[in-house]
Write a protein of this length. Structure first.
Lengths: 250, 265
């Protein structure tokens, strides 16, 4: 039996006792090679979930296995095999793209780093910007640089928090193309938190719908659209976020 | 172990790249030690003319200012490297990588040595032509004093790092001010004997006090006090253990509170 990329059981995060938990006993599995979307409104618990999967946030309860490794016991065995990108986290702006990739390549112990940086520069159209300071790049170029950092170690699992936020449609489309190609060619799993429903429909084979810290529904975009009697994921999202899901589903 | 060295090396390169791209940062490191040394150098010249004691103990103030700057730059160097990661919102990137907290702390210590050398070395060299004083005349004891002060700088830097993990950038002012609280009782400019009796135990609880007393013993009495060095080292080990424990504890608490992703105020 193949080990899942992510296996989460009863995961809970409570920041304070006097407020509801940010993540409330969720369980899910992501298979290897699967691209899964994590959908929900602001405060639904997406970023909290991703932070716990990455190990930078300690859960209040529950278990997380990443690539077969128990993250509470031995997260350093899993960390070299995954990576992430988020608009809430920057690459050091005074370093050039090449320097940033060199540093993170070193942190991940990437062999033949120069070749890998060259490959990523070519893949993500970064060659012309490699020696420019990261802070001087446009939003689209910065996002591609962050994606290059996220791919530097050829991760088996990629966690992405709003990977195309603040990008123009053209750049966002290219980034989605890179992600599709990476998942397909490397057999990598991707967990993607996004507010962009077109992105989710295009990339994800499976979607987890979150609301108030819970997973309230799950299925492929086509299944969800059919189940809610809607035309696209945007409408499904609104049904779930506004609590009109049952009415629509009936 | 080789993986750890690779990661520590990568973190060190990250900050060396930063120096290379920002000469203002390098200038900032050098500026204050040179300014302090110059002021105290002229004060020394004046006092030498007024007092036979100072004439006999030539350079004691310049030596003190240079060694004090080793301590200050060592602490600033460690804290500044951590602050650079917080300012650039890079902590989460670092800690989702295989970088262990102790490797991060080790790289901060290495950078602290680099920053303190960049800061203090030019001032020490400049004192030779300006005031005919070479701190290097202290010989091997200088190396011992330097190591003791760098270790204390690491301890204080790690404690401030713990505060930064706990309170975020709201604690930034502690990074610049905390070290100076120990200056009056470390016997930097005067011997501990001038302090009131009730303050002396506090003074002798600091490794820095043994270093500055030891420096005066070498410069004035021409004696190297091994006992002072041994006590400074023992205290430094205690300080380092406590500071490292606090740093790791604060790091774990930051992971519980979700502060590594949002490390602003």
């Amino acid at each position: 039996m193949t080990v899942a990329a992510i296996n989460v059981r009863d995961l809970t995060k409570r920041f304070r006792d006097d407020v509801p938990p940010a993540v409330d006993g969720i369980s899910f599995t992501v298979k290897r090679g699967q691209v899964v979307g994590l959908l929900g409104g602001n405060g639904a618990g997406k970023t909290t979930t991703i932070s716990m999967l990455l190990g930078i946030l300690i859960p209040t309860a529950g278990t997380i296995e990443i690539l077969g490794v128990d993250m509470r016991r031995d997260r350093y065995a899993a960390l070299p095999r995954l990576n992430f990108s988020s608009p809430y986290v920057d690459l050091p702006s005074r370093l050039t793209v090449r320097e940033n990739l060199d540093v993170f390549g070193g942190l991940y112990g990437v062999r033949d780093l120069k070749t890998r940086i060259g490959e990523l520069a070519e893949l993500l159209d970064l060659t012309a910007f490699l020696d420019r300071k990261t802070g001087s790049l446009s939003s689209g170029q910065k996002t591609r640089a962050a994606l290059a950092k996220a791919l530097i170690n050829r991760p088996e699992l990629l966690l992405l928090d709003e990977p195309t936020a603040s990008l123009d449609p053209d750049t966002a489309d290219r980034v989605r193309g890179h992600l599709e190609a990476y998942a397909r060619t490397q057999g990598a799993a991707i967990l993607l938190a996004s507010h962009n429903m077109a992105e989710v429909e295009r990339l994800c084979a499976d979607v987890l719908m979150m609301k108030a810290g819970r997973i309230v529904d799950r299925g492929s975009p086509a299944d969800l659209i059919a189940r809610y009697g809607r035309e696209d994921m945007e409408q499904v999202f609104l049904d779930v976020a506004r609590g009109t899901a049952q009415v629509a589903a009936q | 172990m080789s993986g750890s060295l690779t990661r520590i090396g990568a973190m060190t390169r990250r900050h060396l790249y930063l120096f290379r791209s920002s000469w203002t940062r390098v200038f900032d490191l050098v500026y204050w030690p040179v300014l302090q040394m110059t002021i105290w150098g002229f004060v020394t010249v004046f006092l030498n003319q007024q007092s036979s004691w100072f004439a006999n103990a030539a350079g004691v103030l310049i030596g003190a200012v240079l060694l004090w700057d080793v301590l200050v730059r060592s602490q600033f160097g460690l804290t500044l490297s951590l602050l650079e990661e917080m300012w650039s919102r890079n902590l989460a990137n670092l800690f989702v990588s295989p970088l262990r907290p102790w490797e991060f702390a080790a790289s901060l210590m290495l950078l602290s040595v680099t920053r303190s050398m960049i800061g203090v070395l030019p001032a020490a060299l400049l004192a030779i032509p300006l005031f005919a004083y070479s701190v290097f005349d202290l010989g091997l004891p200088l190396l011992a004093f330097w190591m003791m002060l760098v270790m204390l700088g690491w301890s204080i830097g790690l404690l401030i790092g713990a505060l930064l993990f706990r309170f975020g950038l709201a604690a930034e002012s502690y990074a610049w001010a905390s070290i100076f609280i120990i200056q009056p009782i470390s016997g930097v400019w005067y011997p501990v004997s001038v302090l009131p009796e009730w303050l002396k135990p506090l003074a002798w609880s600091l490794p820095s006090t043994y270093v500055f007393e030891g420096m005066r013993a070498v410069m004035i009495d021409k004696v190297f006090r091994w006992d002072l060095l041994a006590q400074a080292f023992a205290l430094n080990l205690v300080f380092m253990a406590l500071a490292f424990g606090a740093f790791l504890f604060a790091f774990t608490r930051a992971r519980q509170r979700g502060q590594l992703l949002q490390s602003s105020e």
